[in-house]
Design a protein. Structure first.
Length: 206
């Protein structure tokens, strides 16, 4: 399968994809036995960035490899790579989200906790993951007026994604709850709780 691949200087290439599903399939394929010289493979919403050591793998060679590797479905996470996040569903945008989805607030909570979420990619802030669900109906717009400060641990929805704010920051996502889970710990062996491919299940805190 041929795909659009553009160089990013002499240390990387950027693959353009038409959908998030294609991003995940391409990233999964590239991650299987990459050639020597590949430093990182970074999926985003509609692109995949490959960074390389040009002394080992010149850009023209990585371009050819990235263009021709067949896509493959992302592998299902095993039980060890599923994390559970307890949430108090009392967010200030829960009522608006229920209105957007034409359901009750209780149904929003049930759908958010029943859904199987997967970390598609990370960004925005250390520890912030963009999670997609097997329930495609949990799609809501961003807030018309972003907040200047969103509390740490806020669980929110925007577009097709859910996310958890790892620290207090400005943000325009619809807040539906809050968690005490630590999303980023720079002193840990694995600093981020959410890493691409990991499955996340949300549970209602009792």
């Amino acid at each position: 399968m041929s795909r659009v691949v553009n160089p990013v200087g002499d240390r990387g290439v950027l693959i353009d994809c038409v959908s998030l599903d294609e991003v995940l399939a391409v990233a999964a394929a590239l991650s299987v036995n990459p050639p020597a010289g590949v430093i990182d493979i970074v999926p985003a919403a509609r692109t995949v960035l490959i960074t390389v050591d040009p002394a080992v793998l010149p850009v023209d060679r990585v371009t050819a490899w990235a263009r021709d590797v067949p896509s493959r479905p992302a592998q299902a996470a095993d039980a060890a790579d599923v994390v559970f996040v307890d949430v108090e569903y009392s967010g200030e945008d829960l009522t608006d989200v229920a209105r957007f989805l034409e359901c009750t607030e209780r149904e929003v909570v049930e759908r958010h906790t029943v859904a199987r979420w997967r970390v598609a990619f990370v960004g925005f802030a250390p520890g912030f993951g963009y999670l997609v669900a097997d329930d495609a109906g949990l799609t809501v717009p961003r807030r018309v007026s972003p907040r200047t400060s969103v509390p740490v641990g806020s669980v929110a929805l925007a577009g097709e994604f859910t996310g958890v704010y790892p620290r207090s920051s400005p943000g325009g996502w619809q807040i539906i709850g809050r968690t005490d889970a630590v999303l980023w710990d720079s002193a840990a062996d694995e600093p981020a709780l959410f890493v691409p491919g990991r499955v996340v299940r949300f549970r209602e805190a009792t």
